[in-house]
Design a binder for this molecule. Structure first.
Ligand code: ADP
Ligand code: ZN
Ligand code: ZN
Length: 735
């Protein structure tokens, strides 16, 4: 036994690349606190909530400088040892400050000292008297009747957030003596039960093989790629895997790239299994997120479904991780802590010794490469499920076509044909707003953003010019600021303009536009997707929000209005993205009995990428693209990291990156190439000048070794104080 005081190593939310040492709180008695608990500590002049990483006997900090922590906030850790280890690993791999990593992984409410990590909740049940009532009695208020029916089906009771009623309705019923509530701890709170496993499909042979392959990996780590064409029944495979795990009391974590994809999946899971689902995405308020997190952590939610940050959800009894649409770039966080939820899922699966299933109709080249290397097992669903046939794709040569606003004559004809036969039509254009450019017809002036090297987008309906890069906006100019002329015209097409033309051209059909502008308010996206699914809206027009993963059974024609957009980008991933988007949009057509047709409008009908994709399909395209990456030594045949810097002064980012390059060169050896610094393709954004330095290595370890040595130097370098900088490991965008 020594008398040395306990030293607490705490991850503190700060931009610094290390943890901080504290003494145990003055009033702390008994056993040392366990790593993973939250700790309130003084930090500079503030008090902050950190997370305990380790308890030590020694520290390098001088005794006199050590401050005591103020309070241990939890009895039980909020992060179990494995999750804590995952976070520390991720902080190391992505070279991001541990304090910020830990804070990102915590629900917002737990970043404050007042919140209990293991909370109590209020559970409502029917009273004796309530059970004697008939909820459907005529004249009974509908909302009250619904609550009574819900509670009749769940004799163990339901939490407030599971009941479809405001508190006032619950109070009314309580005052009548029909329902009552009590506080119970989250761990023992009941979940809904029931569900309809009868709705399961008999699996096709390919589906069954996929299910068997994953099942045989239960209880062990294995990464598997479920490569199934759109509509091939991947979700059905997930459902068949989840079922036996739930029966064993195991939890399944499902990651999806977009919040818009969650309601549909939640519905499907709920309908099949009727279990409590913890849903985690940015559309929830802080309380809802905390509840979902607690339910998952306590093992009360057998199914946890969320967008990328859900990868950090504690799980009491994990059995399987599923990453749906694994190719989607949204699975990578693009600011702050730049992690890939897909890659962390694989890491976590290995750590937990459970299988990880990555699903996609258009797998990323990274995952296909991992299959080639024997690291992932390949599961293939080559055909659409049920009676649905693959859609017929064709390139529509726009050259010399009579057309108005991207709606060519052959496209209009095809739309009319499908609409007349009760088909739904889906049009894809990845540009919102009315027109991407506002131009003076007299002098050629173009409306530009004052804070970015970019043009303002014209939003006619709201009377505004908006910059899609920094968000700034202003009213549309009435006259040209240069020549005073009044003939200002919008050049080019955005979804808003196409919508206008459609309303004019197809007045008898309901047009539904889905993009960021029409789905800004909470609930609007769900509502719109409902309208699209139900078939009430006949012509669906939208950006990539509409293209991804949705199941619209009545769509028989899908069209890409402008395929040329993706063909000429500087990013080496642009063609992969374009191919994925085209196949995803195409996949919306003909998903039920109606045969589907896909039209791809282009001015480049001879472009080899489009040809190969349309003629031979995604797998052939991907094989060729992988070959090209191999020859050019780009990912997945090399590892990249980008050091970015920005500042209001044009010179500062360059100076910082020059210094970084000088520091990196002696560390790079033969193994790591350094490119740049160069100005970002859009140099100025939101009033800041941006530049970047690219590191490229054939071996991941060589790159990691360099970054390990470089980061501490950068953190302390003088030029770093004049810029905002970040490191992006495995970037999905190279600018
Ligand atoms: P994906 O996730 O690959 O896009 P889904 O699982 O959503 O595909 O399946 C597409 C459609 O086919 C859904 O309507 C689903 O109910 C149906 N389906 C899936 N598997 C089968 C099957 N084995 N037999 C009949 N229909 C199926
Ligand atoms: Zn002018
Ligand atoms: Zn701007």
């Amino acid at each position: 036994m020594t008398d040395a005081p306990l030293i607490l190593a705490v991850a503190v939310p700060s931009p610094l690349y290390r943890s901080f040492d504290y003494l145990a709180p003055a009033n702390h008695r008994g056993a040392p606190p366990v790593p993973g608990v939250r700790v309130r500590v003084p930090f500079g002049r503030r008090e902050v909530v950190g997370v305990l990483l380790a308890v030590r006997q020694h520290t390098d900090v001088a005794r006199a400088k050590l401050k005591p922590a103020l309070e241990i906030l939890d009895h039980a850790p909020v992060f179990d040892p494995k999750l804590l280890q995952l976070l520390e690993w991720a902080a190391g791999y992505y070279h991001h400050p541990i304090g910020d990593v830990v804070s990102t992984a915590l629900p917002v409410l737990l970043r404050k000292p007042g919140t209990q990590a293991q909370a109590q909740i209020e559970i409502w049940t029917l009273t004796e008297q309530g059970r004697a009532q008939s909820p459907r009695e005529p004249g009974r208020a509908a909302r009250q009747a619904r609550v009574m029916m819900q509670l009749q089906q769940q004799p163990a009771g339901l939490a407030r957030d599971a009941l479809d009623a405001p508190l006032s309705v619950l109070r009314t019923l309580r005052d009548k003596g029909w329902i009552r509530s009590e506080m119970v701890s989250r761990q023992t709170a009941p979940g809904a039960v029931g569900g309809d496993s009868g709705s399961a499909h008999a699996l096709s042979d390919a589906q069954q093989q996929a299910v068997d392959a994953v099942k045989s990996a239960f209880g062990n780590f294995q990464a598997l790629l479920l490569d199934g064409v759109t509509g091939s029944g991947k979700t059905e495979v997930y459902l068949h895997l989840i079922e036996p795990l739930l029966a064993e009391g195991r939890q399944v974590l499902v990651l999806v790239p977009e919040i818009g994809l969650t309601p549909q999946l939640v519905d499907r899971f709920q309908h099949r299994f009727g279990v409590a689902i913890a849903v985690m995405h940015s559309g929830l308020n802080d309380t809802q997120r905390l509840h979902a997190w607690q339910q998952a952590a306590a093992g009360r939610a057998p199914l946890v479904l969320g967008t990328r940050s859900a990868i950090f959800t504690p799980l009491a009894r994990p059995g399987l991780i599923i990453v749906d649409e694994e190719h989607d770039p949204s699975l990578k966080q693009q600011e702050g802590f730049r992690y890939s939820a897909r890659d962390l899922a694989v890491w976590r699966g290995r750590q937990l010794n459970i299988p990880v299933l990555l699903g996609s109709a258009t797998p990323s080249l990274e995952s296909l490469f991992n299959v080639q290397q024997g690291r992932y097992r390949h599961l293939h669903l080559p055909e659409r499920a049920g009676t649905a046939a693959p859609p017929a794709m064709r390139l529509l040569d726009l050259r010399n076509q009579p057309m108005r606003d991207l709606l060519s004559k052959p496209l209009i004809d095809a739309m009319s044909w499908h609409l007349a036969r009760d088909g739904q039509v889906l049009l894809f254009l990845n540009r919102r707003g009315f027109a991407p450019v506002l131009l003076c017809h007299a002098c050629g002036w173009v409306a530009e953003c004052s804070r970015c090297d970019a043009r303002m987008t014209l939003h006619q309906r709201s009377g505004a010019l908006r910059c899609h890069h920094c968000g700034s906006q202003r009213r549309i100019d009435v006259s040209c600021p240069t020549c005073g002329g009044s003939k200002l015209i919008g050049i080019g097409e955005g979804t808003e303009r196409i919508e206008e033309v459609l309303l004019e051209r197809f007045p008898e059909h309901r047009v539904l536009r889905i993009d960021r502008d029409t789905t800004r308010r909470k609930g609007q996206l769900d509502e719109a997707l409902d309208d699209a699914r139900s078939g009430r809206a006949r012509i669906l027009l939208g950006t990539q929000m509409l293209a991804k993963g949705h199941h619209f059974p009545a769509v028989s024609l899908a069209a890409i209005l402008d395929a040329d957009q993706g063909l000429f980008s500087a990013d080496f991933r642009a063609s992969e993205r374009m191919a994925q988007l085209i196949i995803q949009v195409a996949g919306r057509a003909g998903r039920a009995e109606k045969p589907g047709e896909v039209i791809i409008q282009t001015h480049q009908p001879d472009h080899p990428l489009l040809h190969q994709l349309v003629g031979q399909g995604y797998a052939a395209f991907a094989a060729a693209a992988l070959q090209e990456r191999c020859e050019t030594l780009l990912p997945p045949f090399a590892s990249l990291a980008i050091l970015r810097a920005e500042a209001p002064q044009a010179q500062a980012p360059q100076a910082f990156l020059d210094a970084a390059r000088t520091a990196a060169e002696p560390l790079a050896g033969e193994q790591v190439q350094i490119w740049g610094p160069v100005a970002a393709p859009m140099e100025r954004r939101a009033g800041r000048y941006r530049a970047q330095l690219l590191f490229q290595a054939q071996e991941r370890v060589a790159l990691q070794g360099l970054l390990n040595a470089l980061m501490p130097q950068l953190e302390n370098s003088k030029s770093a104080r004049r810029v905002r900088w970040s490191i992006d490991v495995d970037p999905v965008d190279t600018f």
